[in-house]
Design a protein around this ligand. Structure first.
Ligand SMILES: C[S@@+](CC[C@H](N)C(=O)[O-])C[C@H]1O[C@@H](n2cnc3c(N)ncnc32)[C@H](O)[C@@H]1O
Length: 226
């Protein structure tokens, strides 16, 4: 089952029954501002950021609007991963807890690229790893909390994530045929990883151009897997 929908996740999540998702893996939108040469971009290239301080068109949705819906649709014992940068880490941790999740820990994606910054170059992002209800261990307990995956080159989306990283997270927190949800698909990296690992996938993206890119990438992955 691959179910891809173009639209606002706040509307489309209403169609998903309570407790029906095994894993939420998502890279949500958040504001990133460009400030002079100090590089207050949260690890983004300035060329990726428009005049309103936005990396892409739709990033005004607030954490406390979508996180409670994520909690509702996740099954008891299900895991969730929320990606974020330094600037948004603290507010997102607070919002994740307020929504009802229990936080296991914060993981690091080490990108193997670095962006200029006066206060240490930016070369990583955070992944908040949490659960709903009772704790359940990951499938490969030998996985380290710092994960080294190359930042994708020739990106189809300015914040595109490596499929290898998404694959590792999916394999650790789900089993064959489990349902993975990404409510902010972008170019569809989570969906490609879900198809490659034989999981079911529910994906949402608001921007029609990125939706088309995600749809094409995920359909291609399905053809290869067939
Ligand atoms: C950080 S990007 C995700 C990038 C993705 N991880 C990838 O590998 O390409 C977040 C995405 O959320 C989308 N978005 C913003 N608001 C949304 C909403 N209300 N509903 C669904 N998607 C939304 C944006 O258009 C953007 O493409």
């Amino acid at each position: 089952m691959i179910d891809l929908r173009q639209g606002d996740c706040l509307e489309l999540l209403k169609d998903i029954p309570d407790g029906s998702v095994d894993l939420i893996l998502t890279d949500p939108p958040y504001k990133t501002t460009s400030r002079g040469s100090s590089g207050g971009t949260g690890g983004m290239l300035k060329s990726d950021i428009n005049k309103s301080g936005m990396v892409f068109k739709h990033n005004t949705i607030k954490f406390d609007e979508w996180l409670p819906e994520c909690f509702r649709v996740l099954r008891e014992g299900g895991h969730a991963y929320f990606m974020t940068n330094n600037k948004n880490l603290l507010p997102m941790l607070k919002a994740v807890e307020s929504a009802g999740f229990n936080i296991f820990k914060t993981l690091i994606w080490a990108k193997n690229t670095a962006i200029t910054n006066m206060y240490y170059m930016d070369s990583h992002e955070y992944i908040i790893f949490c659960r709903k209800g009772k704790a359940r261990k990951i499938n490969n307990c030998g996985t380290k909390s710092v994960m080294f995956f190359d930042n994708p080159k020739n990106k189809a989306h300015p914040t595109e994530k490596p499929v290898g990283l998404m694959t590792q997270l999916i394999e650790n927190s789900t089993n064959d045929s489990d349902v993975v949800l990404d409510l902010f698909m972008g170019s569809g990296s989570t969906g490609v990883a879900a198809v490659n690992t034989n999981r079911k996938f529910f994906g949402i993206e608001l921007d029609p151009d990125y939706f088309k890119i995600a749809q094409d990438r995920i359909n291609k992955a399905c053809e290869v897997a067939a």
